[in-house]
Design a protein around this ligand. Structure first.
Ligand code: SAH
Ligand code: SF4
Ligand code: F3S
Length: 441
């Protein structure tokens, strides 16, 4: 069978799709790049905002014409929207063959085979078995690879659907993570991205209270990964600010392979809104943590997630967010307009901020960010940076791109000694709006 997989949502979903793809490939099937060529169409979906669901549903609805042309075509929906809506999706989209929730995606292959043989619709949203191996094995075709180290989330931020669709937080064993990392490095991977909804809570058995200052299983994991010969870089996403205790901060500072960039979701700069969001920190404690991290690692860059227009967010609350963002000086930020999610706690609150006002606040933060990124990139002109080479630039085939440990993209002219995954020094010659240009040294 030829299988086409389309992924929506976060990196966790991308990794799951890779793992599902690998299941099919190992069984002798092939992956294809175009839906028109496929015998099996899989959509790995996201529920985090209404727009994410609408987008996937629109695309899946459109697939009806392919099914009319080829009644043997198998169409399956997996992931977070599949978990949230279950067999309701089969009713809504009658050309669908199966729906697999987040704990059942390891059954994608057997489900597709069963449908090919029996032609009966299937919806399975059972919770994942405790011992699910999180689909360790997957295909690798680049210098970077993702490893899921936790599954699910226990934090229940009031706006968020993730704990409901991904289930309770479970950490994978350290041995299996290290084994996977070593085998990835043996197959040529140079950079590993550790994934989890609350990644720094790794190994805490789902306890949502941040641990004592001297205890961090995540730090221990980083230290062991840091020792793997041949591995050049370690990244991780997303951590929750409260878990950066002294143990973790000193491990980050001491592990030379751990990148000097932290994605540290802020959500809001107003204590009133943070409390309503059930985020367990204040603007001041966030600020203090950033200062503590910066004093241990002066070259650190930060990115963040922010929500504008949470129920009850006033102009004053919004201004507090804006000020804190400018004060921290995030090098990157993902700004989201609040979207009520049925089932999440905040959905019971009136959505008080109009769409128009959400958009206005969103655009103000984006404009601030653009100015800040431009100035930050310009300030790097003339500096020398170490980059991990990625490959030919998508925009200009004569050029290559690489990335600094601080997560800036650098475009450069290749020489004979450049390969994906090589670490090279570049002199930054100029900056653009979102990236840098440099010359190999
Ligand atoms: N686990 C990650 C976040 C995963 S969701 C963390 O806690 O850092 C990614 C981002 O989507 C969140 O950080 C938040 O900014 C945004 N988000 C989540 N639910 C949302 C909602 N209902 N409306 C708008 N944005 C939302
Ligand atoms: Fe959602 Fe909060 Fe969990 Fe992140 S930590 S996935 S925002 S509930
Ligand atoms: Fe979306 Fe699920 Fe990720 S809701 S953000 S795909 S965990």
């Amino acid at each position: 069978m030829k299988v086409f997989i389309k992924t929506y949502g976060c990196q966790m979903n991308e990794r799951d799709s890779e793992a599902v793809g690998a299941l099919f490939v190992q069984a002798g099937h092939t992956l294809c790049d175009h839906e028109n060529d496929a015998d099996v169409l899989l959509f790995n979906t996201c529920s985090v905002r209404d727009a994410a669901e609408r987008k996937a549903k629109g695309k899946i609805g459109f697939m009806r014409k392919l099914k009319l042309r080829n009644p043997d075509l198998i169409i399956g929906v997996m992931g977070c929207m599949a978990q949230r809506l279950g067999d309701q999706l089969l009713a809504e989209l009658p050309h669908l063959d199966f729906v697999l929730g987040t704990g059942q995606i390891h059954k994608a292959l057997e489900t597709a085979e069963k449908i090919a043989a029996e032609r009966k619709k299937i919806a399975n949203t059972d919770v994942a078995p405790e011992e699910i191996d999180m689909l360790g094995a997957h295909s690798v075709n680049s210098q970077s690879a993702q490893i899921a180290i936790t599954r699910g989330c226990n934090r229940f931020c009031s706006y968020c659907i993730v704990p409901y669709v991904r289930g309770r937080e479970v950490s994978r064993s350290k041995e299996s993570i290290l084994d996977e990392a070593r085998s990835l490095v043996d197959s040529g991977v140079r950079e590993i991205l550790l994934l989890g909804q609350n990644v720094a809570a790794y190994g805490l058995n789902g306890d949502i209270r941040p641990p004592a200052e001297d205890h961090s299983p995540f730090a221990e994991l980083l230290e062991e990964l840091n020792e793997i010969p041949g591995l050049a870089r370690i990244r991780y996403t997303s951590p929750y600010v409260s878990y950066f205790n002294t143990r973790l901060i000193s491990a980050l500072a001491n592990c030379s392979k751990v990148c000097r960039n932290i994605h540290l979701p802020l959500q809001s700069g107003s204590d009133r809104i943070l409390a309503a969001m059930n985020r367990q920190y204040t603007a001041q404690s966030y600020r203090d943590k950033v200062a503590q991290l910066r004093s241990a690692m002066p070259d650190l860059t930060f990115s963040t997630d922010v929500i504008v227009g949470f129920p009850g967010e006033t102009e004053e609350d919004f201004n507090l967010t804006r000020e804190l963002m400018n004060e921290v000086g995030f090098e990157q930020a993902y700004i989201f307009k609040y979207s009520p999610r049925p089932g999440a706690k905040s959905a019971t609150l009136a959505d008080t901020v109009s769409e128009e006002e959400k958009l206005r606040r969103n655009n103000i933060l984006l404009d601030d960010l653009q100015l800040r990124i431009g100035a930050k990139l310009a300030s790097l002109t003339g500096s020398t940076q170490e980059i991990l080479c990625e490959g030919v630039s998508a925009r200009n085939p004569a050029r290559w791109t690489g990335r600094t440990g601080t997560n800036f993209v650098v475009h450069f002219d290749p020489d004979a000694n450049v390969r994906p995954g090589y670490l090279r020094q570049v002199k930054i010659t100029r900056s653009g709006n979102v990236s840098l240009f440099g010359e190999l040294i």
